[in-house]
Design a protein. Structure first.
Length: 340
């Protein structure tokens, strides 16, 4: 018999707690082991009940969601799924993703309304995904590395990631120097509305210039472009310049932005001068794009299994024989600079 996923619901709204309990209890694979009314209550319940997954409200009295994330134990910590109001909480939501929250489920409204029941399928699916992930907590700071001012073999870095990606990108970009001789374009599976705030936070924590993608943004050394949530990012050549093209049409892809679309465009535009990096993530987005980079003579690096929150996307690339090296997250910056 399968052991159910133990979930602790954290929200200061009694109505939201009631609805989330009802929605999660509809799945035989999930057991709601408790509720918490604020952040302090949540940390006490985590220590007492030892849940597998935490559904976490961000705006709460006494201690907010970020305070809960910071207060979780380094060992045996539950996986955290944020249940948030997107329009009001994008900044704190981006901060929560950087602090280790695995995903976000958006509440329809702050008011008590039956619309909340509409997120049931998404909530159950994301709780199950979170339960299969491995929490990643870092205790030491990242040190920026020196780099030559030119690159002989690569002219662009394209990076794809999903579950655990915001935290991984935060560490990787912080370790790369501001005079990186090539641009970086990143496709991250993230809900619509959070990438502008996340790009601003990444920019503040990195020597690189980090921007959210807009159509026509020109690529240059030292620039990191984060694809906008809900839209694809492709690399194209416009005249003498290389740019990012933003496409709102999903084109049948299950994820927007799509790692496959980004990687394939890099292979078409830069060919063997492309360096692809696949970090932690669920599923196989990036496999077809990695194949295109591999066929074009480019190079691919994948995050090693032991440092991934979810070893899904990197595993697919490794098993297909496309990965030139499997590297832990804390060594990835060194390897990127070496392969430049």
């Amino acid at each position: 018999m399968t052991v159910p996923i133990r979930v602790l619901i954290v929200d200061d709204s009694a109505f939201v707690r009631k609805v989330l309990r009802e929605l999660l209890s509809a799945s035989p694979e999930i057991e709601v082991v408790g509720i918490a009314r604020d952040g302090l209550d949540a940390l006490e319940k985590v220590a007492e009940l030892k849940p597998d997954v935490l559904t976490l409200d961000l705006m709460m009295p006494n201690l907010d969601g970020l305070g809960v994330l910071e207060g979780l134990p380094l060992e045996g910590s539950p996986r955290v799924l944020v249940v948030s109001i997107s329009d009001d909480e994008t900044e704190i939501g981006a901060a929560a993703l950087q602090a280790g929250a695995l995903d976000i489920v958006r509440k329809p409204t702050a008011l008590a309304t039956d619309q909340l029941y509409e997120v049931g399928d998404e909530l159950i699916r994301k709780v199950k995904q979170a339960a299969s992930a491995r929490p990643q907590r870092f205790e030491h700071a990242v040190q920026e590395l020196p780099v030559p001012t030119t690159s002989r073999t690569r002219e662009v870095i394209v990076l794809g990631t999903s579950t655990g990606g915001p935290q991984a990108i935060t560490r990787l970009l912080a370790a790369l120097p501001g005079n990186l001789p090539v641009p970086i374009v990143i496709a991250l599976h993230i809900p619509t509305g959070y990438t502008e705030a996340l790009a601003a936070r990444l920019d503040a924590g990195s020597a690189l210039d980090v921007r959210e993608a807009h159509d026509g943004i020109e690529l240059r050394p030292g620039l990191a472009v984060l694809a906008r949530g809900g839209a694809h990012a492709r690399i194209v050549r416009r005249g003498l310049h290389y740019c990012v093209e933003v496409a709102e049409d999903r084109g049948g892809a299950p994820h927007a932005p799509s790692v496959d679309f980004l990687f394939e465009s890099a292979a078409d535009t830069f060919g063997s001068r492309t360096l692809g990096v696949v970090l932690t993530g669920m599923g196989d987005d990036g496999l077809l794009g990695s194949s295109a980079i591999h066929r074009a003579g480019g190079l691919l690096l994948t995050e090693a299994e032991h440092s991934c929150v979810v070893y899904g996307m990197p595993r697919c690339v490794v098993e297909a024989g496309y990965s030139a090296a499997q590297v832990s997250l804390d060594e990835m910056a060194v390897e990127i600079l070496r392969f430049l």
